[in-house]
Ligand binder design. Structure first.
Ligand code: BG6
Length: 463
């Protein structure tokens, strides 16, 4: 790549840009890789100059960048940022943007849509007025659209303007170190791969618990909710990696093929009330830009069934929520107990904030006794500074991949389509049954009703 690559962020004053994109781009700058060098054009409506924007961005980078903040690196990085003030929903404003790019002698483009999906079409429309934009790459954030038909329409309009292989649908969970590690843990270890099925596993639990609320993102989130914001994309990606058959090779295309088969095998439940619980934290309706009568869920727990030979009958529990008592993302594999009263073996893949693996198994208590106790082996990968320094943060990894033109760790349209149809259907059934988003206390572990999903099957959440 040459110096003329322009990385434009639409939604440059939003939470995602400050919290994730700029820190990731700063880390990329610190690595000083010529191939990844780009000028950054930040598009926003707010009244910043390039100077004041760089100043505002500084604190966020200092707080959120993986690498230690260094003044010289930041100055070099900030020198690449230009703030361009415009209303990206105003089609005519793109003529100004076109002239601006011409003055910059822009070469190739990467456009990052860090905005709610309802604005994607307006930006695509506007970019038609920018010379060479259609040749560029575009990175879009989930959820892609707001329902399956809307997503399909959106995809069509994007593909009519950008080349299909220039569209990067980012799912930053695919950039997380321990998500990438799942298939190694599974397939490179016979002690796990030989027992990875419904015959040996009692249940699998995927949890993504967050302490944060909707913060400044109420306007987006209230149209979305936990099912579309977390389950349909991030958690389904993880579930399909955990459940897929061994791909022919480690190449991501092969993995993708196997993931699709799992999505297709997801069974729509007969009685949704036994399979899904939605919740809303107390105080959510008072959050900025949230409707005062909102029924949007900030918590979702699902009991999912994958109808294939490997998994038939075994539940996958998936849960995610905001304003919970802890921030923790993990995949717990609970094996079948060998006899009544004996604790199950548990393999817990910790995705964040701790990256590591926990293994619990039975052992004899020391001394003159035949009683059992549990050995708890806890491996923490990111406790080592060297490992931390060598592990790129998810956005950093994926933005770098996009700049290099590597598409494999991005979501593909067929995945998005099947996930949408599943989520649309369960949501519809939930509504038809008149089931609510149950209230839950901030700082708790979610609505009590979520326990019901597991209890009636003799299971409990692994904490
Ligand atoms: C985003 C969601 O995709 O992922 C947010 O829109 C959520 O609502 C975030 O907070 C969680 O990401 P991470 O990397 O902090 O687990």
């Amino acid at each position: 790549m040459n110096k003329e690559q322009i990385f434009t962020i639409f939604g440059g004053t939003g939470d995602l840009t400050f919290r994730k994109l700029l820190p990731a781009l700063y880390n990329i700058e610190a690595a000083d890789d010529k191939e990844l060098s780009a000028r950054i054009v930040v598009v926003g409506r707010r009244d910043y100059t390039s100077e004041s924007y760089r100043e505002a961005a500084r604190g966020w980078v200092e707080k959120f960048a993986r690498l230690r903040f260094q003044k010289e690196t930041y100055e070099k990085f900030a020198g690449r940022i230009v703030y361009y003030r415009m209303d990206f929903t105003d089609e005519n404003a793109y003529e100004g943007l076109d002239s601006f790019y011409k003055k910059m002698q822009a070469g190739s483009h990467i456009f990052y849509f860090a905005v709610a999906p309802r604005f994607f079409s307006a930006i695509v429309k506007g970019l038609k007025r920018v010379e060479g934009a259609g040749e560029g790459k575009v990175v879009i954030e989930k959820p892609f659209g707001e329902s399956l038909p809307a997503a399909a329409k959106l995809n069509e309009s994007m593909e009519a303007f950008f080349k299909a292989d220039h569209i990067y649908r980012i799912d930053h969970y695919l950039g997380k170190e321990m998500v990438r590690n799942i298939q190694i843990i599974r397939f490179a270890n016979p002690i796990f791969s030989h027992v990875w099925d419904a015959e040996h596993i009692e249940c699998i639990q995927i949890s993504a618990m967050e302490e944060v609320g909707v913060e400044t993102r109420g306007g987006y989130y209230d149209h979305s909710g936990a099912l579309k914001d977390m389950v349909q994309n991030h958690l389904f990606q993880i579930l399909t990696i955990v459940a897929m058959e061994q791909p022919e090779s480690m190449a991501v295309e092969d993995m993708h093929r196997e993931q699709i088969k799992v999505l297709k095998a997801l069974r729509i439940p007969e009685d949704i009330s036994e399979h899904m619980v939605l919740g809303q934290y107390e105080g959510y309706r008072e959050e900025p830009a949230v409707n005062e009568n909102s029924t949007t869920e900030t918590y979702a727990a699902l009991r999912l069934l994958v109808d294939n030979d490997r998994w038939r009958g075994m539940p996958f529990y998936v849960r995610t929520g905001k304003k919970l008592g802890t921030r923790e993302m993990q995949v717990a594999i609970v094996f079948k107990s060998p006899a009544e009263g004996v604790e199950p073996d548990i393999l817990n893949i910790k995705i964040q904030p701790t990256e590591g693996v926990y293994l619990q198994f039975n052992i004899k208590k020391p001394g003159e006794t035949e009683e059992l106790s549990q050995a708890k082996m806890d491996f923490c990968q990111n406790c080592s500074l060297v490992n931390r320094m060598n592990t790129p943060e998810a956005y950093e990894r994926l933005l770098g991949a996009c700049m290099r033109g590597e598409r494999s760790w991005f979501s593909q349209w067929d995945q998005v389509e099947i996930s949408w149809s599943y989520v649309d259907e369960v949501r519809k059934q939930y509504r038809q049954k008149g089931l609510p988003a149950y209230g839950y206390r901030q700082g708790s572990s979610g609505p009590e009703e979520a326990e019901r999903l597991l209890k009636s099957f003799g299971h409990r959440w692994f904490e």
